[in-house]
Design a protein around this ligand. Structure first.
Ligand SMILES: *[C@@H]1O[C@H](CO)[C@@H](O)[C@H](O)[C@H]1NC(C)=O
Ligand SMILES: *[C@@H]1O[C@H](CO)[C@@H](O)[C@H](O)[C@H]1NC(C)=O
Ligand SMILES: *[C@@H]1O[C@H](CO)[C@@H](O)[C@H](O)[C@H]1NC(C)=O
Ligand SMILES: *[C@@H]1O[C@H](CO)[C@@H](O)[C@H](O)[C@H]1NC(C)=O
Ligand SMILES: *[C@@H]1O[C@H](CO)[C@@H](O)[C@H](O)[C@H]1NC(C)=O
Length: 376
């Protein structure tokens, strides 16, 4: 009795392995991508969200799965917070990868994880206390990555799974919501700590996640420092008496953040053997475009394409608070740097993505993403 049962268990395990192997074979034959290309794993907030928030329990203001989001290129609202493609979409294209799907998309075949997946969630911050219950915070994004890593080792086998993780590029955009959140609600962590300590929390919670990805086997990382969101259309209208001036309390936080992020990454490079990264100076590239739009092919650097009120800075794009709510939509989105009061247009995303991909060391350092993808 005992013996025959254990025999049948062994037999079952054996047929399962054979089955998995034959699926792998088929994948490899169809497609060299699995063995030869670096995958792209994406972590972050609305700048990178490809639609994860469509699948979580949250408020409409944390989603963009309605018109006119997605009007360009996709021709339907995917959940990306833009008229069209985002920075990770362009990076994937330059790296010869398919579009990187959101982790929570139900139709995800397991196969897609071999090219990478996006864990990003609009509204997310590095701190769990930022928009709690509304978003997938960075720590939870890491937990989701751990599940994908296990799945890859199971599906592809230990060696191949580890190879996908080791050759992949990990792209991050996180932190700006940690600095917005305290101004939209009472945050005890923010109020009970000096500014500098709060920024330390944001940066060190971020580097803790990076270290964990490294421990699991990740080696190649990409980052954007924090853009001048204190001067985004939404921020330019906060002070009603000085419409058009940047929101100063956040200016200071962004500046501190960028210094600490740069130093933190340099420290990681010294501490972690084989850790390589690209840091794009998004603060400069975004400010340049806000201040000299025509130099970059835009007519408007400070007014949003979609929204209400001065500079269309009130975030009503798509009637997010209810279907009957009205909003203005510009005629020609390619004239605009900002699509909604806080998020860039596809055209702007493409320009920034090109700088991250192949920019020289004055804009993206010490490596650019092209160099990291080519590294094996
Ligand atoms: C892809 O990788 C396999 C195994 O490492 C190798 O045999 C093959 O030549 C590679 N193909 C390309 C196009 O690089
Ligand atoms: C924040 O707290 C103060 C008192 O501590 C209260 O007066 C104010 O209404 C609160 N603001 C919000 C947005 O909850
Ligand atoms: C993360 O931030 C919290 C504050 O939200 C802080 O208490 C904690 O120490 C931070 N963790 C790290 C690793 O810095
Ligand atoms: C939109 O603007 C771009 C650049 O200014 C121009 O090339 C294009 O023809 C315009 N499209 C329409 C439909 O007006
Ligand atoms: C960076 O260097 C390139 C040439 O290597 C130059 O064309 C570009 O203007 C520089 N950008 C900045 C922001 O200095």
């Amino acid at each position: 009795m005992e013996n025959s049962r254990s025999t049948s268990i062994i037999f079952f395990a054996y047929t399962t392995i054979v089955l998995i192997d034959s699926i792998n074979c088929r994948d490899n034959n169809n497609n060299n991508l699995v063995t030869n290309q670096s995958a792209l794993f994406v972590f972050g907030d609305s700048v990178f969200d490809a639609g994860n928030n469509n699948y979580i329990d949250t408020l409409p203001s944390f989603r963009s799965n309605y018109w006119p989001y997605g009007q360009t290129t996709f021709k339907f609202p995917t959940g990306r917070v833009s008229d069209g493609r985002t920075i990770p979409d362009f990076i994937a294209e330059y790296a010869w990868l398919p579009l990187i799907p959101p982790y929570l998309q139900p139709s995800n075949g397991q196969n897609q994880f071999t090219y990478g997946v996006s864990f990003a969630s609009a509204g997310a911050g590095a701190l769990a206390g930022t928009f709690p219950g509304m978003v997938i915070d960075l720590k939870t994004q890491l937990d989701n990555f751990k599940k994908v890593e296990e799945l890859l080792r199971f599906k592809l086998g230990e060696a191949q799974g580890k190879r996908v993780i080791a050759t992949a590029v990990y792209l991050f955009h996180i932190g700006v919501n940690d600095y917005q959140y305290p101004f939209s609600t009472n945050s005890s962590v923010f109020q009970s700590n000096p500014r500098e300590i709060y920024v330390d929390f944001v940066v060190s919670n971020t580097t803790a996640v990076i270290k964990e990805v490294y421990r699991i086997g990740g080696r190649k990382f990409g980052f954007l420092n924090m853009g001048a969101y204190d001067c985004a259309p939404a921020s330019l209208i906060i002070d009603q008496t000085k419409i058009g001036s940047c929101f100063k309390p956040v200016t200071e936080l962004i500046s501190l953040h960028n210094d600490k992020l740069r130093d933190g990454l340099r420290r990681l490079e010294r501490e972690l053997s084989g850790f390589k990264y690209a840091l794009h100076d998004y603060h400069t590239s975004l400010s340049e475009r806000m201040n000299n739009p025509s130099k970059y092919g835009f007519k408007e650097g400070k007014k949003a394409c979609c929204g209400t009120g001065p500079l269309r800075g009130i975030n009503t794009c798509g009637g997010r608070m209810g279907v009957s709510q009205s909003y203005e939509l510009c005629e020609n989105v390619t004239d605009y740097l900002f699509f909604d009061p806080f998020h860039l247009t596809e055209k702007a995303h493409q320009q920034i993505a090109e700088l991250i991909w192949s920019g020289s060391t004055n804009v993206t350092e010490p490596y650019n993403l092209k160099a990291l993808f080519e590294l094996h």
